[in-house]
Design a protein around this ligand. Structure first.
Ligand code: AP5
Length: 192
């Protein structure tokens, strides 16, 4: 199963991807987590990405594609993956499409988690208190939401036009949202 998880910051992509990883037995690939690991390691790439991420802007497409190609070269992606945080603009969507065709692995689903903006802000504020992620500060959150609207929202249309889009109501308990996703991608296999 090759699945792209789409949605605004705070929509629950990371939370649901972690559950899907266990359920579907394919790796969760989060470009945000890959970048945060580079920042934590103090690598050259991490140093380049750190300030951009803290402002809530997008890291360069070239860096992301290189990182992703590297990740897809690992054998654990042979049976599939859950991709979270990529693509984030139309150039990335085209690049991913080309990469998947080159690897002979077309995408099965693009799942969009839909959550109203006031709830996104509330969830991120909750996480800011609990975890103190650098880009969860109010100004960076505003930028991330604007970047999502202007650059990432068109990606949803990209997958709709490719007939791969499934829209899921992301409001509800973790189990409710998870079951909606499972129902949409593997209807014979709901959980709970
Ligand atoms: P990234 O890490 O991808 O962050 P994001 O998209 O802003 O998403 P979040 O992690 O904030 O939210 P989420 O949807 O995963 O929700 P979560 O499950 O955590 O990217 C960070 C940065 O890296 C970007 O801004 C950019 O700079 C850079 N970057 C990454 N990818 C890039 C790319 N492709 N190109 C360029 N730059 C890139 O949930 C949020 C909170 O809500 C949690 O506290 C959770 O517990 C809670 N929650 C989740 N679900 C529910 C629910 N159903 N009910 C109640 N609470 C819930």
């Amino acid at each position: 199963m090759r699945l792209v998880l789409l949605g605004a910051p705070g929509s629950g992509k990371g939370t649901q991807a972690a559950r899907l990883e266990t359920h579907l037995q394919v790796p969760h690939i989060s470009t945000g987590d890959l970048l945060r690991a580079e920042v934590a390691a103090g690598s050259r790439l991490g140093l380049e990405a750190k300030e951009v991420m803290a402002r809530g802007e997008l890291v360069s497409d070239a860096i992301l594609l290189g990182m992703l190609e590297d990740r897809f070269s690992r054998p654990d992606t042979a049976k599939g993956f859950i991709l979270d945080g990529y693509p984030r603009n139309l150039a990335q969507a085209d690049a991913l499409d080309a990469l998947m065709h080159r690897l002979g692995q077309p995408m099965d689903y693009a799942v969009q988690l839909e959550v109203p903006q006031e709830l996104l802000v509330e969830r991120i504020a909750g996480r800011a208190k609990a975890e103190g992620r650098a880009d969860d500060a109010p100004e960076a959150v505003r930028t991330r939401l604007q970047v999502y609207d202007s650059q990432t929202a068109p990606v949803i249309e990209f997958y709709r036009q490719h007939g791969q889009l499934t829209v899921i109501d992301g409001v509800g308990s973790l189990d409710e949202v998870f079951n909606r996703i499972i129902e949409a991608i593997a209807p014979s296999n709901p959980v709970g």
